[in-house]
Design a protein around this ligand. Sequence first.
Ligand code: B4P
Length: 193
Amino acid sequence: MALTDSEVLLLMGPPGAGKGTQASKLARARKLTKLSTGDMLRDHVARGTELGKEAKAIMDAGELVSDDIIVGMVRSAIEGRDTEGVRVLLDGFPRTPGQADALEELLQAFDASLSAAVLLEVNEDELVSRLLQRAQEQGRSDDNEDTIRTRMRVYKEQTQPLIDYYQGRGKLRKVDGLGSVEDVFARITEVLS
Ligand code: B4P
C-alpha cells in the first residue's frame, strides 16, 4: 500500500460536542473517508442485524458498546477500502483506552499512523441543551435527560483518559467547540494547518 498520502484524523469530545457535525465537513474538505462508529451502530440497529440488536439496548442506556464489537467494525471498514494509503476521519472512535490501543495496532498493520486527535471542548450546560434540542428535532432514542446524564458520566470515566493518552504522544489539538458551526470548523482547520 502506498503510504505517502495517508492521513488519519480523529475527532473526540463529549456527547453533543459536534463531532458528527464537524466530521462531515472535515471529511469533505480533506477528502477523507468518514468512519463514524455511532452512525455504523445506528445503521445496524435500523437494519435489525444481530449486532444492531445487541447494541441498541446499550446505546439507549447511554453506555458504551463493547470494545470487541467496535474494533471489529472499524477494522472491517478500514480493510474494506480499496485505496492507496489510509485516508480516514474517525468520528467518535476510539472512546476507551482499549480502543485506542487497538487503533494503534490496526494502523501499524497498514503502515500508517495517527496524524492528529482533535478534541472539541464544550461546557456541560451547552451539551445538554444541544442534545435536548436534537431530541425535539430528530427523536433519537438516546437523547433524553437520563441517558444524556449517563453518557456524560461514561465520557468522563472512560473517554477522558484518552486526552492524556494523545497529549502524551504529541497528537492532541484542542479546539473551542462553542460558537457557530462555521467558526468551529475554521478553528479546526487552523489547528490542522
Ligand atoms: P455518537 O453517534 O458518537 O453520538 P454523540 O457523541 O452523542 O454525538 P456528537 O458529538 O457526534 O454530536 P453531534 O455532532 O451530532 O454516539 C452515540 C452512541 O453510540 C454512544 O452513546 C455509544 O453508546 C455508541 N458508540 C458510538 N461510538 C462508540 C465507540 N467507539 N465505543 C463504544 N460505543 C460507541 O452534535 C449534537 C447536536 O449539536 C446536533 O443536534 C448538532 O446539530 C448540534 N450542534 C453541533 N455543532 C453545533 C454548534 N456549533 N452550535 C450549536 N449546535 C451544534
